[in-house]
Design a protein around this ligand. Sequence first.
Ligand code: CTP
Length: 408
Amino acid sequence: MTSSLKGKKIVLGVSGGIACYKAVELLRLLVKEGARVFVVMSRNAKKFVTPLTFEALSRNPVYHKVFDSADSASMEHIRAAEAADLLVVAPATAGTLGKMAHGLTDDALSTLFVAFRGPVLVAPAMNDGMYDNPAVRANIETMQSRGIGFIDPEVGSLACGVVGLGRLAEPEKILAAVRDRLARAWDLAGRQFLITAGPTREFLDPVRYISNPSSGKMGYAVAEAARDRGAQVTLISGPTPLKPPPGMRVFACKTAQEMRTLVLDHLASTEILVMTAAVGDFAPEQVQKEKIKKQGDEPIQIRLLPTPDILREVAKSKTGQFVVGFAAETENLVESAREKLLKKDLDMIVANDVSAPGIGFQSDTNQVTFLDRSGTVEQLPLLSKREIAHRLLDRIAAKLSSNPQTGS
Ligand code: CTP
């Protein structure tokens, strides 16, 4: 079996805490999978495990002091570490997190972090009170907003003798996160994505609206996956209970008209538009200023007019953007989606059968079919929305690299 880490260069950052012994096990697992590992230690880490232990297991020099620039051999190794495929910091203490969040450099680990340009994963370990501290939470959020991935600590007995949330994740779990992160290339670095998500609400009066059950999960998954692959993401979201994801610009809207304005405003600076939003197709002709009162048992009539078709408008004003639509269908999935692909002048469309149970709206999984302009039809199995997002981005990245003019 070929290992997913074979030939990968990984920097393992170790900061000082009782969980340092688990970093030794993590190093052993990484090396066993074929990775070349460079260990970098904070000043305090050396109080728990000696550099020699890491050196013997990694068979590479361990960086534990800020190097003298006159020492050219050391500088060479530092350059190699800076150019590694990934930096994983495990365990990350509250102090190290604070330094990383604020770009402070006072030891080998914090200095290397500031110089490092690739993807970073952090596995915190500290006592539950510290983990809950608002300053620590804010530091974690700051780092997440910069695209740094976190492997959450677990509940267990902590060094201070209590049971709580703060114990370093198990080495196998950290290894899985490293594998997962490296499996996704940094292939969308700097690409400008505009992604829409969620439903729209078309108001009858101040308290009533027509909408649909879209949860926004698919669009948020695409936005997060694009961010994790290095893209600059702008997310335009209809009303959903989801938290705005860190590391991207998020604009909220309610109606199709508001979504249209936001999309057209951002189109010029966009290279790739992914319209996952379930835009309402009809809106009441008039929004009543006051709540509509019942007239006894009399029926009321509301005239609905079509909302603007955002993608059709985009088709008229686009200037080389790669445009992906989603098609929610209840019958003739592929034929109807192909029709939309042509009618809306899309580069790709993702078709899903919203009538099938357990997939589509609200669910965490979906079963979709990709169609593109060349006539390719690719049916995917039932997958998590996160995995579908990555598969979609794989296709987009491949199309962009085969057509360098697109989106430039
Ligand atoms: N869409 C849009 N503007 C609308 C309606 C839909 O831009 N007013 C976009 C959706 O975001 C999606 C694609 O068009 O990417 C297809 O949406 P869908 O609801 O499947 O199709 P409709 O065009 O609305 O056609 P119908 O509802 O008749 O199937």
